[in-house]
Design a protein around this ligand. Structure first.
Ligand code: DON
Length: 307
Protein backbone atom coordinates (compact mmCIF):
# COMPACT_ATOMS: atom_id res chain seq x y z
CA UNK A 1 0.00 0.00 0.00
CA UNK A 2 1.22 3.50 -0.75
CA UNK A 3 1.66 5.62 2.38
CA UNK A 4 2.80 9.04 1.13
CA UNK A 5 3.28 10.87 4.46
CA UNK A 6 5.08 8.10 6.44
CA UNK A 7 7.25 7.35 3.36
CA UNK A 8 8.14 11.02 3.12
CA UNK A 9 9.02 11.18 6.85
CA UNK A 10 11.19 8.01 6.55
CA UNK A 11 12.98 9.48 3.56
CA UNK A 12 13.48 12.76 5.41
CA UNK A 13 15.15 10.99 8.37
CA UNK A 14 17.31 8.87 6.05
CA UNK A 15 18.55 11.97 4.25
CA UNK A 16 19.95 13.32 7.54
CA UNK A 17 21.38 10.18 9.17
CA UNK A 18 24.89 10.90 7.91
CA UNK A 19 25.02 14.05 10.05
CA UNK A 20 26.77 12.84 13.21
CA UNK A 21 27.95 16.25 14.37
CA UNK A 22 27.52 17.39 17.96
CA UNK A 23 27.57 15.35 21.17
CA UNK A 24 25.10 14.04 23.76
CA UNK A 25 24.61 16.26 26.84
CA UNK A 26 27.85 15.81 28.79
CA UNK A 27 26.89 17.52 32.07
CA UNK A 28 24.23 14.93 33.00
CA UNK A 29 25.99 11.53 33.27
CA UNK A 30 22.93 9.42 32.27
CA UNK A 31 22.29 11.56 29.17
CA UNK A 32 25.95 11.49 28.15
CA UNK A 33 25.57 7.71 27.70
CA UNK A 34 22.46 7.87 25.47
CA UNK A 35 22.53 6.03 22.14
CA UNK A 36 23.49 8.92 19.82
CA UNK A 37 22.11 7.27 16.68
CA UNK A 38 18.44 7.32 17.68
CA UNK A 39 16.36 9.47 15.36
CA UNK A 40 12.59 9.96 15.28
CA UNK A 41 9.97 12.34 13.98
CA UNK A 42 6.23 12.70 14.56
CA UNK A 43 3.65 15.12 13.21
CA UNK A 44 0.13 15.44 14.64
CA UNK A 45 -2.44 17.62 12.91
CA UNK A 46 -4.73 19.92 14.91
CA UNK A 47 -7.49 17.46 14.00
CA UNK A 48 -5.65 14.55 15.67
CA UNK A 49 -4.05 12.52 12.84
CA UNK A 50 -0.52 11.41 13.75
CA UNK A 51 2.26 10.39 11.34
CA UNK A 52 5.52 9.06 12.82
CA UNK A 53 8.82 7.67 11.55
CA UNK A 54 12.13 6.29 12.86
CA UNK A 55 12.55 5.40 16.55
CA UNK A 56 9.15 6.82 17.42
CA UNK A 57 8.47 4.33 20.22
CA UNK A 58 11.69 5.27 22.04
CA UNK A 59 11.16 7.10 25.35
CA UNK A 60 13.51 9.87 26.45
CA UNK A 61 13.37 12.55 29.15
CA UNK A 62 11.50 15.69 28.21
CA UNK A 63 14.07 18.06 29.83
CA UNK A 64 13.59 21.71 28.82
CA UNK A 65 10.63 20.88 26.59
CA UNK A 66 8.79 20.66 29.91
CA UNK A 67 9.25 24.41 30.39
CA UNK A 68 6.49 25.81 28.12
CA UNK A 69 4.00 23.26 29.48
CA UNK A 70 4.90 23.91 33.13
CA UNK A 71 4.54 27.63 32.33
CA UNK A 72 0.99 26.87 31.15
CA UNK A 73 0.30 25.08 34.45
CA UNK A 74 1.64 27.99 36.50
CA UNK A 75 -0.58 30.46 34.61
CA UNK A 76 -3.60 28.20 35.16
CA UNK A 77 -2.80 27.89 38.87
CA UNK A 78 -1.76 31.44 39.72
CA UNK A 79 -3.03 33.67 36.89
CA UNK A 80 -0.95 35.43 34.21
CA UNK A 81 -0.41 38.63 36.20
CA UNK A 82 1.07 36.77 39.16
CA UNK A 83 3.37 34.76 36.89
CA UNK A 84 4.50 37.87 35.00
CA UNK A 85 5.48 39.49 38.29
CA UNK A 86 8.09 36.76 38.76
CA UNK A 87 9.09 35.76 35.19
CA UNK A 88 9.42 38.00 32.11
CA UNK A 89 8.74 37.29 28.44
CA UNK A 90 11.84 38.79 26.80
CA UNK A 91 14.54 36.93 24.86
CA UNK A 92 17.66 36.78 27.03
CA UNK A 93 20.14 36.31 24.17
CA UNK A 94 22.16 34.17 26.56
CA UNK A 95 22.68 30.44 27.08
CA UNK A 96 19.97 28.37 28.80
CA UNK A 97 21.89 28.06 32.05
CA UNK A 98 22.80 31.75 32.49
CA UNK A 99 21.07 33.64 35.31
CA UNK A 100 19.74 36.35 32.91
CA UNK A 101 17.77 38.44 35.42
CA UNK A 102 16.02 41.65 34.36
CA UNK A 103 17.66 44.76 35.74
CA UNK A 104 15.70 46.31 38.57
CA UNK A 105 13.04 43.63 39.11
CA UNK A 106 15.49 40.69 39.15
CA UNK A 107 12.87 38.56 37.35
CA UNK A 108 14.36 35.88 35.09
CA UNK A 109 14.03 37.18 31.52
CA UNK A 110 11.75 34.36 30.35
CA UNK A 111 10.39 30.93 31.41
CA UNK A 112 12.44 28.98 28.82
CA UNK A 113 15.86 29.51 30.42
CA UNK A 114 16.67 27.49 33.54
CA UNK A 115 16.31 30.47 35.94
CA UNK A 116 12.83 31.22 34.58
CA UNK A 117 11.79 27.58 34.60
CA UNK A 118 12.99 27.05 38.18
CA UNK A 119 11.02 30.15 39.18
CA UNK A 120 7.97 28.90 37.25
CA UNK A 121 8.13 25.50 38.96
CA UNK A 122 8.17 27.32 42.32
CA UNK A 123 4.92 29.08 41.40
CA UNK A 124 2.99 25.88 40.66
CA UNK A 125 -0.23 25.00 42.49
CA UNK A 126 -0.22 27.63 45.29
CA UNK A 127 2.06 29.81 47.43
CA UNK A 128 2.53 27.15 50.10
CA UNK A 129 2.33 24.00 47.93
CA UNK A 130 4.45 20.97 48.82
CA UNK A 131 7.20 19.77 46.53
CA UNK A 132 5.18 16.56 45.85
CA UNK A 133 2.12 18.59 44.86
CA UNK A 134 4.10 20.63 42.33
CA UNK A 135 5.55 17.51 40.70
CA UNK A 136 2.13 15.80 40.68
CA UNK A 137 0.69 18.91 39.01
CA UNK A 138 3.04 18.84 36.01
CA UNK A 139 2.78 15.08 35.66
CA UNK A 140 -1.01 15.34 35.57
CA UNK A 141 -1.07 18.19 33.03
CA UNK A 142 1.57 16.63 30.76
CA UNK A 143 -0.38 13.34 30.80
CA UNK A 144 -3.57 15.16 29.78
CA UNK A 145 -1.68 16.91 26.98
CA UNK A 146 -0.16 13.66 25.71
CA UNK A 147 -3.41 11.72 26.19
CA UNK A 148 -1.74 8.92 28.18
CA UNK A 149 -0.28 8.48 31.64
CA UNK A 150 3.36 9.60 31.71
CA UNK A 151 5.96 8.74 34.36
CA UNK A 152 9.31 9.95 35.69
CA UNK A 153 12.71 8.38 34.96
CA UNK A 154 14.10 8.34 38.50
CA UNK A 155 17.55 7.26 37.27
CA UNK A 156 17.96 10.34 35.08
CA UNK A 157 16.55 12.47 37.93
CA UNK A 158 19.11 11.11 40.40
CA UNK A 159 21.91 11.49 37.86
CA UNK A 160 21.09 15.14 37.18
CA UNK A 161 20.76 15.93 40.90
CA UNK A 162 24.37 14.75 41.36
CA UNK A 163 25.56 17.58 39.13
CA UNK A 164 22.85 20.20 39.78
CA UNK A 165 25.14 22.78 41.42
CA UNK A 166 24.42 25.42 38.82
CA UNK A 167 20.62 25.11 39.10
CA UNK A 168 20.90 25.08 42.91
CA UNK A 169 23.01 28.25 42.76
CA UNK A 170 20.41 29.81 40.44
CA UNK A 171 17.58 28.99 42.87
CA UNK A 172 19.55 30.41 45.79
CA UNK A 173 20.20 33.62 43.80
CA UNK A 174 16.46 33.92 43.08
CA UNK A 175 15.77 33.50 46.78
CA UNK A 176 18.39 36.06 47.74
CA UNK A 177 16.61 38.60 45.51
CA UNK A 178 13.31 37.79 47.21
CA UNK A 179 11.83 36.48 43.94
CA UNK A 180 11.61 32.79 44.88
CA UNK A 181 9.72 32.09 48.09
CA UNK A 182 9.90 28.29 48.21
CA UNK A 183 12.86 26.23 49.49
CA UNK A 184 15.66 26.30 46.89
CA UNK A 185 16.58 22.62 47.15
CA UNK A 186 12.97 21.44 46.99
CA UNK A 187 12.24 23.59 43.94
CA UNK A 188 15.33 22.38 42.05
CA UNK A 189 14.54 18.80 42.98
CA UNK A 190 10.92 19.20 41.74
CA UNK A 191 12.06 21.02 38.60
CA UNK A 192 14.57 18.23 37.88
CA UNK A 193 11.80 15.61 38.27
CA UNK A 194 9.71 17.69 35.85
CA UNK A 195 12.61 17.51 33.38
CA UNK A 196 12.85 13.73 33.89
CA UNK A 197 9.33 12.92 32.66
CA UNK A 198 9.57 10.28 29.91
CA UNK A 199 8.02 10.96 26.50
CA UNK A 200 8.14 9.72 22.90
CA UNK A 201 8.13 11.97 19.82
CA UNK A 202 4.49 11.05 19.40
CA UNK A 203 3.71 12.38 22.91
CA UNK A 204 5.51 15.60 22.02
CA UNK A 205 3.60 16.01 18.77
CA UNK A 206 0.30 15.49 20.62
CA UNK A 207 1.26 17.92 23.38
CA UNK A 208 2.07 20.60 20.85
CA UNK A 209 -0.91 19.74 18.65
CA UNK A 210 -2.98 20.61 21.74
CA UNK A 211 -1.38 24.07 21.69
CA UNK A 212 -1.96 24.31 17.93
CA UNK A 213 -5.59 23.38 18.53
CA UNK A 214 -6.12 26.25 20.98
CA UNK A 215 -5.83 24.08 24.11
CA UNK A 216 -8.12 21.17 23.14
CA UNK A 217 -6.32 17.78 22.98
CA UNK A 218 -7.16 16.70 19.43
CA UNK A 219 -7.61 12.99 20.25
CA UNK A 220 -9.28 12.94 23.67
CA UNK A 221 -11.19 16.15 22.78
CA UNK A 222 -10.56 17.36 26.32
CA UNK A 223 -10.06 21.12 26.82
CA UNK A 224 -6.74 21.03 28.68
CA UNK A 225 -5.75 24.73 28.38
CA UNK A 226 -7.66 27.90 27.67
CA UNK A 227 -7.12 29.48 24.28
CA UNK A 228 -5.42 32.48 25.92
CA UNK A 229 -2.90 30.30 27.74
CA UNK A 230 -2.12 28.31 24.57
CA UNK A 231 -1.50 31.65 22.80
CA UNK A 232 0.78 32.88 25.62
CA UNK A 233 2.81 29.65 25.59
CA UNK A 234 3.26 29.57 21.79
CA UNK A 235 4.32 33.25 21.83
CA UNK A 236 6.98 32.69 24.48
CA UNK A 237 8.26 29.62 22.58
CA UNK A 238 8.68 31.81 19.50
CA UNK A 239 10.57 34.45 21.51
CA UNK A 240 12.90 32.27 23.56
CA UNK A 241 12.35 28.53 22.96
CA UNK A 242 15.69 28.12 21.21
CA UNK A 243 17.59 30.31 23.71
CA UNK A 244 20.38 32.38 22.17
CA UNK A 245 19.61 30.81 18.77
CA UNK A 246 15.93 31.90 18.87
CA UNK A 247 16.20 34.70 16.28
CA UNK A 248 18.26 32.65 13.85
CA UNK A 249 15.83 29.75 14.28
CA UNK A 250 12.62 31.74 13.79
CA UNK A 251 13.89 33.59 10.71
CA UNK A 252 15.34 30.46 9.08
CA UNK A 253 12.85 27.74 10.08
CA UNK A 254 9.83 29.80 11.12
CA UNK A 255 8.31 27.24 13.51
CA UNK A 256 8.01 28.25 17.21
CA UNK A 257 9.92 25.51 19.00
CA UNK A 258 11.41 24.27 22.26
CA UNK A 259 14.41 22.02 22.67
CA UNK A 260 15.60 19.70 25.44
CA UNK A 261 19.10 18.41 26.29
CA UNK A 262 18.05 14.77 25.93
CA UNK A 263 17.71 15.60 22.21
CA UNK A 264 13.97 16.25 21.92
CA UNK A 265 12.52 19.14 19.96
CA UNK A 266 8.91 20.24 19.85
CA UNK A 267 7.40 22.68 17.37
CA UNK A 268 3.99 24.19 16.80
CA UNK A 269 2.13 25.83 13.94
CA UNK A 270 -1.09 27.42 15.25
CA UNK A 271 -4.26 25.80 13.84
CA UNK A 272 -2.13 23.34 11.85
CA UNK A 273 0.28 20.88 13.45
CA UNK A 274 2.34 19.85 16.43
CA UNK A 275 5.74 18.35 15.64
CA UNK A 276 8.05 16.23 17.81
CA UNK A 277 11.58 15.17 16.86
CA UNK A 278 14.37 13.36 18.71
CA UNK A 279 18.08 12.85 18.15
CA UNK A 280 20.49 12.97 21.13
CA UNK A 281 23.48 14.80 19.61
CA UNK A 282 23.37 18.51 20.48
CA UNK A 283 24.83 21.63 18.87
CA UNK A 284 26.71 24.37 20.74
CA UNK A 285 23.46 25.94 22.02
CA UNK A 286 22.26 22.64 23.56
CA UNK A 287 19.68 22.10 20.78
CA UNK A 288 19.45 18.76 18.93
CA UNK A 289 21.46 18.96 15.72
CA UNK A 290 19.54 16.47 13.55
CA UNK A 291 16.12 17.25 15.04
CA UNK A 292 16.73 20.88 14.09
CA UNK A 293 17.66 19.88 10.56
CA UNK A 294 14.55 17.69 10.31
CA UNK A 295 12.43 20.72 11.21
CA UNK A 296 14.32 22.78 8.65
CA UNK A 297 13.47 20.28 5.92
CA UNK A 298 9.84 20.04 6.95
CA UNK A 299 9.63 23.82 6.85
CA UNK A 300 11.12 24.02 3.35
CA UNK A 301 9.35 21.01 1.83
CA UNK A 302 5.91 21.72 3.27
CA UNK A 303 6.01 25.54 3.31
CA UNK A 304 5.67 25.56 7.10
CA UNK A 305 7.47 28.86 7.77
CA UNK A 306 4.96 30.96 9.72
CA UNK A 307 5.77 34.07 7.74
O1 DON B 1 18.14 22.06 34.03
C1 DON B 1 18.80 21.52 33.15
O2 DON B 1 19.94 21.89 32.86
C2 DON B 1 18.16 20.37 32.38
N1 DON B 1 17.31 19.60 33.24
C3 DON B 1 17.35 20.88 31.22
C4 DON B 1 18.12 21.79 30.29
C5 DON B 1 17.70 21.70 28.88
O3 DON B 1 17.02 20.79 28.45
C6 DON B 1 18.26 22.74 27.97
N2 DON B 1 17.82 22.56 26.60
N3 DON B 1 18.12 22.37 25.54
Amino acid sequence: MKTPIPDYLDELLDSLRADTSGTTAQYIPELAQANPDLFALSVTTATGSTYSAGDHLEEFTIQSISKPFAYAAAIMDRGLNRVLRSVGVEASGEAFNELSLEEGTHRPENPMINAGAIMTHGLLVAEDASSEARVARVLELFSQLAGRELCIDETVYASEMETADRNLATAHMLRSYGILGADAHEVVSGYTRQCSILVTVEDLSLMSATLANGGVQPRTRERVLSEGIAQQVMSVMAVAGMYDAAGDWLTRVGIPAKSGVAGGLVGVLPDQVGIGAFSPRLDAHGNSQRAGRAFERLSTDMGMHLF
